[in-house]
Design a protein around this ligand. Structure first.
Ligand code: SAM
Length: 267
């Protein structure tokens, strides 16, 4: 699973940056896939075949997003207008960083483009301004997140107190306007167990939001459909004026994933 994630989200977009355009990067990906598929199990080969023919993967390569999941957030935001200039956003489970790229480009007008060189002094100055003039984006993940212009990254398990304390430190007293979570455990294949794990992650984001959200703030949270999801949404509706679910077009057909969009936090 981790190798797949690495391939999907990191390797192909990196290949893109070595080529001169989409055609070259797609050919390179194809060749690499052919080599990669050799000697792999049938399920790995099927996954790779599906992956390279996925229009969202191709689109992400063209537009410089680190992952196809960017298009889920773009669709959600088009419908719910969650990402606003000047606001404070915490992105949980942010690696490799596509959601944060989307947030930064919308909130801070950054250009979505993989960066090779370290930021210059001028860019450093711009970065300092981000937190005051343009808002603040904090991205958290267990895995490393390569730097994204306008985004402050934290490496750690979100469910652990120490990680949440680091986020608090960065926020420096500012309440959060939007907490978004695309966190997902590594799927074991045992549906009930996986659902329980993702629900635990969602619950920890919900608990954090109860303390950290600004009045009228929003919570966007990924979940996998299961027997307890209805109860979870009901619990959320005690704290938010509206709680809706959305399944973006970019969600794979076979996935039980959907997103809960809870708006207008009642402090
Ligand atoms: N939204 C991301 C993007 O657009 O690039 C993709 C997120 S990926 C589907 C799910 C992420 O959740 C993984 O990077 C994983 O490391 C992270 N994750 C899972 N459990 C976590 C936890 N307890 N704390 C922090 N991150 C976690």
């Amino acid at each position: 699973m981790e190798r797949r994630l690495l391939y999907c989200c990191v390797l192909i977009p990196r290949l893109r940056s070595t080529g001169t355009g989409y055609a070259k990067s797609f050919t390179t990906s194809h060749l690499l896939c052919k080599r990669f598929v050799k000697g792999k199990t049938l399920s790995s080969s099927l996954w790779l075949t599906r992956h390279i023919s996925d229009p969202y993967v191709r689109q992400a390569q063209i537009e410089g997003y680190r992952c196809r999941s960017a298009y889920k957030l773009i669709e959600i935001d088009q419908k719910h207008n969650l990402l606003k200039k000047g606001s404070v956003v915490v992105d949980c489970g942010a690696a490799p960083g596509a959601w944060s790229q989307v947030a930064a480009s919308k909130m801070m007008n950054t250009i979505v483009k993989p960066k090779k060189s370290p930021p210059s002094t001028i860019q450093d100055k711009k970065k300092q301004n981000y937190s005051s003039e343009y808002g603040l984006i904090v991205a958290v993940d267990i895995n490393n997140i390569d730097p994204i212009e306008g985004v402050t990254t934290v490496m750690g398990d979100f469910t652990v107190q120490g990680t949440q304390d680091k986020i608090r430190e960065i926020l420096n007293g500012r309440p959060i306007d939007l907490i978004m979570s695309d966190m997902a455990p590594n799927a074991s294949g045992f549906k009930a167990m996986d659902q329980e794990c993702i629900l635990k992650l969602a619950q920890s984001v919900f608990d954090f939001s109860k303390v950290m959200l600004a009045p009228h703030g929003s919570l966007l949270c990924k979940i996998w459909q299961g027997p307890e999801t209805k109860g979870f949404m009901k619990e959320m509706s005690v704290y938010f004026a509206t709680v809706n679910r959305l399944r973006p077009k970019a969600t794979r057909k076979e996935s039980s994933e959907f997103f809960i969009i809870a708006k207008d936090f009642k402090h």
